[in-house]
Design a binder for this molecule. Structure first.
Ligand SMILES: NC(=O)c1ccc[n+]([C@@H]2O[C@H](COP(=O)([O-])OP(=O)(O)OC[C@H]3O[C@@H](n4cnc5c(N)ncnc54)[C@H](OP(=O)(O)O)[C@@H]3O)[C@@H](O)[C@H]2O)c1
Length: 317
């Protein structure tokens, strides 16, 4: 392998979106470092490239470790994020608000050409701690690396996602499912392949530098409509119980004590705000990407939840 090929470092490359970004960038011929706390987690990703093209590197997210990871890179992508806080190290403040600035500063100091940061849709509107920390992270990244490109996806779907797989799994054993806040919150789910494509486009087009892109798919759904679509593909309809915001918050507070909570009070707060692309925002279209419809992808990975499994009775789904 010749070293004239560009070098990229992906923080959070072992995650749901990060893995897809690794696949896309390796197909584009990048040499890749996957910065991770547990390099073993990235071993399977080595098969996405040729021998030596993809290399996991240990990173404990300290300033030194981050600086080493970005050393010599042309492109850096930050796909690190958490949904709930745990202990003193895994806080929204550290992971969402401070780390993007730390990476941006390291990129600036080591002459990285492009920095792409994954944020989330609605962080400029929602009042949750999650949203506010993501917003603070955007600002920290912009301050230290003004030409950073920020991508704000809505809920991301695709094989291995945390949203549809979770509710489909719950429908296997729960007699009823919760409809938080009455299920009126609107979402614009975006395909993981399109998000990774957006990273590739943002790394290629010079005009993306210094801009924020809001990534939503072609269709908008309420929470209730997402359940209906999921039931259609799993063939396991369940009654929905409407949980008023106050009750959902109490439930989230109690569940928040579990080691891996399904719902937290802060997530309930995030759900109060619609998660759709704002008017006037730069979008997937501005990157030359036509969003993939949810209904074309969902059956490809929810079919395993059908009664009788993937090769079971298709009429039931
Ligand atoms: N998935 C969505 O629907 C969605 C929607 C909007 C925005 N986003 C944003 O997109 C980015 C990627 O999301 P994702 O769904 O791919 O996340 P994910 O699957 O949970 O992966 C996140 C990655 O963050 C790294 N990480 C670093 N510190 C961590 C910590 N303390 N706890 C847990 N993980 C830690 C992990 O890498 P190592 O363990 O290898 O270090 C992990 O691979 C995040 O910034 C997220 O906020 C996601």
């Amino acid at each position: 392998m010749t070293h004239s090929l560009p070098l990229a470092c992906i923080f959070g490359g072992t995650g749901f979106i990060g893995r897809q970004v690794v696949r896309e960038l390796s197909a584009k011929g990048y040499r890749l470092k996957i910065a991770t706390r547990v390099p073993e987690r990235a071993y399977e990703l080595k098969t996405c490239g040729t021998v030596g093209q993809i290399v996991p590197v240990f990173c404990d997210y300290t300033a030194n470790s981050v600086a080493q990871a970005v050393q010599g890179c042309d492109l850096v992508v930050n796909c690190v994020g958490i949904l709930f806080e745990r202990g003193r190290r895994n806080t929204f403040q550290k992971i969402h608000a401070e780390l993007p600035g730390l990476i941006a500063k390291a990129c600036y100091e080591s002459g990285v050409k492009k920095y792409i940061h994954l944020s989330a849709l609605g962080v400029d509107r929602a009042q949750s701690k999650y949203a506010q920390s993501k917003k603070a992270g955007e600002e920290a990244a912009q301050k230290a690396f003004p030409s950073v490109t920020i991508l704000r996806p809505s809920i991301v779907f695709g094989a291995g996602d945390g949203f549809f797989n979770l509710f489909a799994r719950l429908s296997l054993f729960m007699p009823v499912l919760p409809l938080i806040g009455g299920g009126h919150t609107r979402f614009q789910p975006v395909f993981v392949g399109d998000v990774a494509d957006a990273v590739v486009k943002a790394s290629t087009y010079p005009e993306c530098a210094g801009h924020i892109y809001e990534l939503g798919g072609p269709d908008i759904y309420t929470f209730r409509e997402l359940y209906d679509l999921m039931f259609r593909h799993t063939g396991r309809p369940r009654p929905l119980i409407s949980l008023p915001w106050g009750i959902a918050k109490i439930q989230g507070t109690l569940m928040g004590f579990l080691p891996r909570p399904l719902l937290t009070a802060d997530q309930v707060e995030t759900l109060k705000t619609d998660n759709v692309v704002s008017s006037g925002a730069l979008t997937l279209r501005d990157l030359g990407i036509e969003g993939t419809a949810l209904s074309t992808i969902l059956p490809t990975y929810l079919s395993r939840f059908r009664p009788g499994g993937r090769f079971g009775d298709k009429k039931a789904a």
